[in-house]
Design a protein around this ligand. Structure first.
Ligand SMILES: NC(=O)c1ccc[n+]([C@@H]2O[C@H](COP(=O)([O-])OP(=O)(O)OC[C@H]3O[C@@H](n4cnc5c(N)ncnc54)[C@H](OP(=O)(O)O)[C@@H]3O)[C@@H](O)[C@H]2O)c1
Length: 252
């Protein structure tokens, strides 16, 4: 296990699922972690209880609201002035089949884009300016297998938002490497979290597992160690890369 003592890291969407497992792993490895949440403070409070308020720092913001997203950047730096890695994990996965009226289809499209992509764009712009001054920084985007192989028709906005996130990360890696700023994408397949369980139970868990090369559904704890390794700096020369964590369901 890499020692992350002294490292300051922000994780968005740290209140449950993948983000919470990532935050717990980083805290276990010694880092100080900004624990962003929106509507679920209890998940973050659990981590504060486990690791103490010195290193586990709650930060609230609704990332659908651009002003709150900007405030998150400022508040994170107030609490973590030597912040060097940001894990952009918060996201939503709402269905909007094309049989919906255009109005309701578009509402979901816009909400998905705001939460999954626009907030990540704003945080990217603000952290790039900050990291440029410090001549160091690392942005880790939680993308999706959907960006690579596409999604089913109810999740067009979701797939498009993750495709955008992926292109954003690659552009950051290409354009800012000379400032010692690195960018990575983690592309999970189905992971056992609240977000995915509705879709998984519609398909049937046995069928989902049949489509994997491995014999069980991936959990958030299967994602967390890779993110900790990225935050350690040991993989910096893989900047621009996308790491697939999908239990062999989409090998490329
Ligand atoms: N689970 C999967 O199968 C899977 C597969 C591929 C990619 N991913 C990606 O992995 C990431 C985490 O997903 P998950 O499965 O862990 O989901 P989850 O359990 O539903 O957690 C989502 C997190 O995002 C936060 N969030 C949602 N809407 C927000 C908003 N408006 N403002 C701020 N924060 C908001 C939630 O905060 P609150 O609860 O505090 O509101 C929560 O912490 C997402 O980007 C997702 O697209 C997941």
């Amino acid at each position: 296990m890499y020692d992350l003592t002294g490292k300051q890291i922000l994780v968005t969407g740290a209140s449950k699922g993948i983000g919470k497992a990532i935050a717990r792993q980083l805290l276990k490895q010694g880092a100080s972690v900004g624990l962003h949440y929106n509507s679920s403070p209890q998940g973050v409070q659990e981590l504060v209880g486990e690791f103490g308020p010195e290193r586990a720092i709650p930060l609230q913001a609704d990332l659908e609201d651009n002003q709150q997203t900007t405030a998150l950047f400022r508040n994170a730096l107030k609490k973590l002035p030597n912040l060097e890695s940001v894990v952009l994990n918060a996201g939503i996965f709402p269905p909007h089949p094309i049989s919906d009226s255009l109005d309701s289809w578009l509402k979901i499209w816009q909400k998905t884009m705001r939460v999954n992509l626009e907030s990540a764009g704003i945080l990217t712009k603000l952290f790039l300016e900050h990291f440029q001054k410090n001549d160091q920084g690392r942005l880790i985007y939680i993308g999706s297998r959907a960006a690579v192989r596409g999604e089913t028709e109810e999740y067009l906005a979701y797939a498009a938002s993750k495709g955008g996130l992926s292109s954003l990360a690659k552009s950051v890696a290409r354009s800012f490497g000379k400032y010692n700023i690195k960018a990575f994408v983690i592309a999970p397949g189905f992971i056992r979290t609240e977000m995915a369980m509705e879709a998984i139970s519609k398909i049937g868990e046995d069928k989902v597992v049949d489509e994997l090369a491995l014999n069980r559904l991936t959990t958030p704890e299967d994602i967390a160690p890779i993110v900790a390794l990225l935050c350690s700096g040991e993989l910096d020369h893989a900047t621009g890369t996308t790491i697939d964590i999908n239990a062999g369901s989409h090998i490329r």
